[in-house]
Design a binder for this molecule. Structure first.
Ligand code: LLP
Length: 401
């Protein structure tokens, strides 16, 4: 059991806390599910890109799915094998493409025909051969929140199957492009197996037709999207998930790449916050805490629910309240219409399942400094990102005019 009170006294709040032993378990569970075939777990950095988290995953043998050259640099910095790094994203800039080619990572994942041509031009200039994959949009409904659904034609990601085929044929003939992978990612926080299965079947068919055109695809990248428990969601069986992919790929010699973000870190993280005040009017009761939407934006942005625990629980009867932050926006809340006993100044509230898309989506809105981050490794706490200071925030504005 993590002693949250002690951590809070030592590091203050708001504070992110990650259980690294849990991360290890998640990684091993997934690796295990895929053990019957060649596979690679390429962790999606966007979920939590703290360097110590990445180093921990690098030590376990993970690769990385990156969506900016900054993420690629983070991955390389902690020693992730360059041939396990994939670089995706709908809008890569010339310099980013150039740097990715110079860093010789496993592959650049293309999201449009125009981008393919740019990569080709830049590779030619550098006298290089760019290993590429193509992100295909299989038009499968992942049945998740619309903001985190990505595999439908109404979403901006990837290209449709027919365009992908044309792109593969073009790339295969190019002197400066080598197609080695295919990629899809249908959405995030998916709690049903069926959409994954349907997408795998559609994509395996594409793989087969490419093979018959002598395009040698070595990596079949199934993206991320595995949902986790925030409240009472049923989650998928990893075994079944992997088996469905194996079935779709039966007879095909490819390395399966899986890009989990949330699954790997979501349930392993906590956001600690202290109560500042309470207030009520004739309509509402508010518990005002020292963390806000700038620390954890998921409730405000996706109406996401994060379970919480009031550590200083008392015998007072519970009543409905919103847990809100100090930011000057009505949309600044961490929980809405939840039941909680009367709280007092400095009571500690722990928000759970905050390890993914928590800190990485945090901001400095209202000139608030970002939370500190702590890792728990074998019961020992280690500060892995210090608390930002006001000086950090104004660093680039110091020479104001
Ligand atoms: N691969 C690709 C190409 C992706 O776009 C994503 C997530 C992943 C892998 C990892 O997906 P995961 O395993 O974490 O579901 N901010 C949102 C989630 C956005 C996900 C974007 N793409 C949230 O807080 O729910």
């Amino acid at each position: 059991m993590i002693n949250f009170k002690e951590l809070c006294d030592k590091y203050d709040t708001p504070l992110y806390v990650y259980d690294f032993n849990q991360i290890t378990k998640k990684y091993n569970n997934l690796k295990d599910a895929f053990k019957a075939r060649k596979s690679m777990i390429c962790y999606a950095l966007k979920a939590n890109s703290n360097l110590s988290v990445l180093k921990h995953l690098a030590n376990l043998g993970a690769g990385c799915d990156c969506v900016s050259i900054g993420e690629v640099k983070r991955a390389l910095m902690v020693g992730i094998d360059k041939y396990k790094i994939i670089y995706s994203g709908v809008g890569k800039k010339d310099l980013e493409i150039q740097e990715a080619l110079q860093k010789d990572i496993l592959m650049i994942n293309l999201e449009s025909e125009e981008e393919m041509k740019r990569v080709e031009t830049i590779a030619k200039k550098l006298n290089k051969n760019a290993r590429i994959s193509i992100r295909v949009n299989p038009n499968i409904d992942p049945k998740t929140h619309p903001y985190i659904s990505t595999g439908l034609h109404e979403n901006k990601f990837g290209v449709d199957i027919d365009s992908a085929k044309k792109m593969y044929l073009y790339a295969n003939k190019s002197q400066n492009l080598t197609p080695i992978g295919m990629h899809y990612h249908i959405g995030s926080q998916i709690v049903e197996t069926l959409p994954f299965k349907e997408a795998a079947i559609v994509m395996a068919n594409l793989l087969k037709s490419l093979k018959s055109a002598n395009i040698d695809i070595k990596f079949f990248d199934i993206g991320g999207g595995i949902g986790i428990k925030y409240k009472d969601e049923r989650t998928i069986s990893l075994y079944e998930y992997a088996q469905n992919i194996f079935e779709a790929l039966s007879g095909e010699d490819v390395t399966i790449v899986c890009e989990p973000g949330r699954y790997m870190v979501g349930n392993c993280g906590y956001l600690l916050t202290k109560v500042l005040y309470e207030k009520s009017n004739d309509k509402k009761r508010f518990v005002i805490v020292d963390a806000a939407m700038n620390d954890l934006i998921r409730p405000s942005l996706y109406q996401a629910y994060h379970d919480f625990e009031l550590l200083d629980d008392n015998d007072e009867e519970k009543s409905f309240a919103d847990i809100v932050g100090p930011i000057c926006e009505s949309g600044d809340f961490l929980a809405k219409n939840i039941q909680i006993p009367k709280t007092k100044h400095d009571d500690l509230i722990v928000f759970k399942s905050a390890g993914a898309y928590g800190f990485t989506m945090s901001s400095n809105y209202n000139t608030r400094t970002k939370a500190a981050e702590v890792a728990i490794v074998d019961g020992i706490d280690r500060l892995i990102r210090g608390r930002e200071t006001f000086e950090n925030l104004i660093e680039l504005e110091k020479d104001f005019i």
